[in-house]
Write a protein that binds this ligand. Structure first.
Ligand SMILES: [Zn+2]
Length: 239
């Protein structure tokens, strides 16, 4: 983890808080890995036992850590917009946004546009990776088949449901709805791609024009002032 985050960015704080149970599991897995490489039966059994205990002890903390909404401290005027995005993240995915504040306007604008296409769409993750923005989303669960009725859990009811689904798909009304759905999903994907492309030219820290930079193994999109402040180096374009 790089330590170039500023205190106003709550990502580091959010990660530190939620990392504790993850770190415990990680360290137990590490020990299991070490014991496996020694092929010592006793040591393997002990470390496996320890991993299971750690997993059991931390699972509640982990659920809580993942499901607690973490609105960034530096959200400022984007607070309401970011909250809407966080509310779209289902349980278990981690309800936080892992980008710097320079990209918040892009995120809020994208969410506005996507919600026109799919008011109840889901977000899985919003993060920076290799200096770029990644916005992982899905249409509402079950769409467009939720228009027939919800998929049953029970096996017999499920095979009936499949038959109804096939009939619906073959009907003119069904075809129209599916085509409209696919078109809308493609529009939404284009909006996401366009925003991710826009982010390639916007400083993740401050929102000014930026470019891809590198420091050691870390990539970031930064403006000249933040390149100097954080000690990154600009990469030649098209590399
Ligand atoms: Zn900047």
């Amino acid at each position: 983890m790089s330590n170039d985050r500023q205190p106003q960015n709550s990502e580091a704080a959010a990660e530190a808080e939620s990392a504790a149970p993850l770190e415990e599991i990680d360290s137990a897995v590490q020990k299991l890995g070490d014991s496996l490489s020694t092929a010592d039966g006793q040591a393997i059994e002990e470390s496996l036992q320890q991993l299971l205990e750690t997993a059991r002890d931390t699972s509640t903390d982990l659920d809580e850590a993942l499901n607690t909404m973490r609105l960034p401290d530096d959200a400022g005027q984007y607070e309401d917009g970011l909250r809407k995005i966080l509310q779209r993240i289902p349980n278990g995915w981690g309800r936080w946004i892992s980008t710097g504040p320079g990209w918040y306007p892009l995120l809020v604008d994208l969410d506005d546009k996507l919600s026109e296409l799919f008011p109840n769409y889901e977000v899985q993750q919003v993060k920076e990776k290799f200096g770029g923005l990644r916005y992982y989303w899905e249409p509402p669960y079950g769409t467009p088949y939720s228009l027939i009725d919800s998929m049953p859990d029970d096996a017999d009811a499920f095979s009936d449901w499949l038959k109804r689904k096939e009939l619906w798909e073959a009907s003119n009304a069904g075809k129209d709805i599916i085509t409209a759905f696919q078109r809308r999903r493609e529009q939404a994907n284009q909006l996401v791609r366009a925003t991710e492309t826009q982010a390639e030219k916007i400083c993740e820290e401050c929102g000014e024009s930026g470019l891809l930079t590198k420091r050691g193994g870390w990539y970031k999109t930064l403006c000249p002032a933040d390149i100097a402040r954080l000690g990154y180096e600009a990469l030649a374009p098209e590399q």
